[in-house]
Design a protein around this ligand. Structure first.
Ligand SMILES: NC(=O)c1ccc[n+]([C@@H]2O[C@H](COP(=O)([O-])OP(=O)(O)OC[C@H]3O[C@@H](n4cnc5c(N)ncnc54)[C@H](O)[C@@H]3O)[C@@H](O)[C@H]2O)c1
Length: 358
């Protein structure tokens, strides 16, 4: 049985199918990002089965038909697409990766934290589904915004091990790469640059590790300021266009790249649990990570003192936003956990944090 590499670069065996991940569930699969993720995974031949989950089941079914036909056109045999009946949770199997792209309707206004209250309510509703689908070993990849605060909330309200939760934030690094390229007048593909910290206002562009053609480069203070202004203004410029859509091209492609890097044990930036990272409060912020033995692992990274200080600030801010919003949720509606449960969840956090550290 020989292994082969599929178009996404993920190891695959002709007899045995995909090595990892074999199965993926996409929650919010009828939406722009969710359906885009399914499309990219399907055409890249990642996994044996992709389960599509969405309250708009009819739209998810239409996407599944359309994307399956695109697979025929592209000559791709796997993965198989399966639309899951959201009411038949008993029959759901555990999967290797649960991708969460479900979202309340969003009107971008310049700050992703504006979506927190509504998407946290949704996350609470979806938490049992996410726990069931991810089982004991699955990785949960959050896309819904604000991604790091929601990752922190998910950790607090569920029993999912924090080293199985990740938040997608690669777009920030892509935008940093583009801004550096614009500033110094080179093609973006010649630049390597990563953003850590929060996906939003607390982002930390790592100027100390910018590479051009693989070689370190020192940018002047004024260049750094220009680049910072450029990337900090990205979401506001996007919102001002009033496009009525999020980044439906970059994000799904980035998700497939991220899953490929996870499968290959490569390092990439993602919102991950900070526990044990020197000087950082426990929270989820973007750090360089790899995946090994089915767990997310932080990789060593040494930034400048300013970058380290900005990470410290970002972790504290994410932690505080999660705690505050969990304790301030609206009064309980029928069938939805309310503030009392949020407080319990916050208290639970202490117990669980000790358990994960043990
Ligand atoms: N992390 C990132 O870099 C990044 C990039 C782009 C978008 N996003 C975020 O991804 C999320 C999705 O964006 P979008 O443009 O696809 O939004 P969208 O409105 O097109 O899709 C959201 C989907 O969620 C579904 N949904 C709502 N409630 C649900 C439930 N209870 N169960 C299952 N599905 C449910 C909706 O039916 C809809 O299909 C947003 O929060 C957006 O901000 C994050």
């Amino acid at each position: 049985m020989t292994a082969e590499t599929n178009p996404a670069g993920v190891e695959q065996s002709p007899d045995d199918g995909q090595a990892w991940p074999r199965s993926i569930a996409v929650i919010g699969a009828a939406g722009l990002i969710g359906s885009g993720v399914v499309y990219q995974l399907a055409l890249a031949g990642v996994g044996n089965t992709i389960h599509l989950v969405d309250v708009k089941e009819n739209v998810a079914r239409a996407h599944a038909i359309d994307i399956s036909e695109a697979q025929i056109l592209a000559g791709v045999r796997a993965p198989r697409l399966s639309v899951v009946d959201p009411s038949a949770t008993d029959s759901w199997d555990e999967v290797d990766v649960v991708i969460v792209a479900a979202s309340a309707p969003e009107v971008p206004g310049g700050d992703r934290r504006d979506f927190l209250a509504a998407n946290l309510r949704l996350l609470r509703l979806l938490a049992p589904t996410i726990e069931k689908l991810s089982g004991n070993d699955g990785i949960v990849l959050l896309l819904s915004n604000p991604v790091d605060v929601l990752a922190e909330c998910l950790h607090r309200i569920t029993d999912i091990a924090p080293d199985r939760i990740l938040g997608y934030s690669i777009n920030d690094s892509v935008r940093f790469q583009a801004a550096v390229a614009r500033e110094i007048g080179v093609e973006p593909h010649r630049v390597r640059a990563q953003v850590l910290g929060e996906h939003g206002k607390g982002q930390v562009p790592c100027f100390s590790s910018v590479l051009i053609d693989g070689a370190p480069v020192t940018l002047t203070a004024s260049q750094q300021e220009q680049i910072r202004e450029d990337i900090d203004g990205w979401f506001q410029r996007w919102s001002a266009l009033e496009p009525g859509r999020s980044s439906g091209w970059t994000t799904p492609l980035g998700v497939v790249r991220m899953i490929s890097m996870m499968a290959r044990g490569e390092t990439f930036p993602a919102a991950a649990w900070t526990a044990g990272a020197q000087g950082l409060e426990e929270a989820f912020i973007a750090l360089p990570v790899t995946m090994g033995s089915g767990k997310v692992k932080r990789t060593d990274w040494q930034g400048s003192p300013e970058e380290q200080a900005a990470l410290v600030k970002a972790a504290a801010s994410v932690r505080e936003a999660a705690a505050l919003n969990l304790s301030q949720e609206l009064p309980q509606e029928p069938g939805r956990p309310g503030p009392a449960n949020a407080v319990t969840a916050t208290n639970e956090k202490t117990r669980k944090a000790d358990q994960w550290r043990a």
